[in-house]
Design a protein around this ligand. Structure first.
Ligand code: ADE
Length: 272
């Protein structure tokens, strides 16, 4: 075990949370077998599983449909204070995550995982990254697992990004204080697409982004509320008409809110 007590901590059915004992990573490998696994490198392991431990993703975690392991970056820190960051070369505000520290954590996270980044991507959550999309969530769900690096710094030493083949991914054009919330958003979007996690597969096909469109509006009882009625077509029982209405609504909503989606690769929206 490297990293001085940075044993990965497993959540879910195979939880070892009662024990923080360092364990050989060789012992970890059988646990990967066949199970989609997220390994999360973070300075805040106690932030996990967080919301992922609840509802559908939590039930799937408890049932062993996927596995979540946190690796405490602090365990790879340097010196008496286990420092993981240092001041930026060239000056400036904030601190930079050290390449040697993160590289050691990534080595540990790589144990038993495939080398092919298509099968096991290594992602750095960062506002600088490529936008995370539903298509990317589908690709991640089709992989065998993912390693996520959560930053809590002004930046990460560029050399470790290049050397370890980290791909930077952003969940939106805003800046969070760290990557943990972004990692949970990315994992939620991916895990719900794993076989057996959602009860109703049809809802995945219809939902927003799946056809390059935002989803149509929904209604339920009561038929009238605050003077507003459910559109007649939805109560007509005419399924062809209902499908047409929903399609038109989805098109109009997408045009108004996200015209960029219509031009995205894979969009099945009617061209303008
Ligand atoms: N870390 C900080 N801000 C982020 C963002 N927008 N996306 C992903 N990771 C982040």
């Amino acid at each position: 075990m490297t990293g001085g007590g940075a044993a990965p901590r497993s959540h879910g059915r195979l939880s070892i949370s009662a024990s923080r004992q360092p364990r050989s990573l060789m012992d970890e490998q059988p646990r990967l077998a066949g199970r989609w696994t997220a390994r999360v490198i973070t300075l805040l392991p106690e932030a996990f599983p967080g919301v992922l431990g609840l509802s559908l993703t939590g039930r799937a975690l408890a049932e062993g449909l996927w596995a979540l392991e946190t690796i405490n970056l602090r365990g790879f820190g340097k010196g008496r204070h286990r420092n993981v960051d240092d001041t930026p070369a060239g000056g400036g505000a904030g601190m930079v995550l050290r390449a040697d520290v993160l590289s050691a954590a990534l080595d540990e996270a790589a144990a038993g995982t495939p080398d092919d980044p298509a099968l096991w991507p290594r992602l750095l959550l960062s506002p600088r990254g490529k936008p995370f999309t539903q298509a990317r969530a589908r690709a991640l769900a089709a992989a065998r697992g993912v390693t996520l690096v959560c930053g809590r710094f002004e930046g990460v030493d560029e050399r470790v990004i290049a050397h370890c083949g980290l791909e930077e991914v952003s969940i939106g054009d805003f800046v969070l204080t760290g990557g943990e919330i972004a990692a949970q958003a990315l994992l939620d979007a991916s895990v719900r697409l794993l076989p057996g996690v959602l009860g109703n597969a049809a809802s995945i096909e219809d939902e927003s982004f799946s056809r390059g469109l935002l989803e149509h509006p929904h209604y339920t009882r009561p038929a009238e509320w605050e003077g507003m009625r459910i559109p007649d077509v939805l109560l007509s029982g005419n399924h062809a008409e209902i499908a047409r209405w929903r399609r038109e609504q989805a098109e109009a909503l997408t045009r108004a809110r996200r015209p960029d989606l219509r031009d995205a690769p894979g969009s099945k929206a009617v061209p303008r």
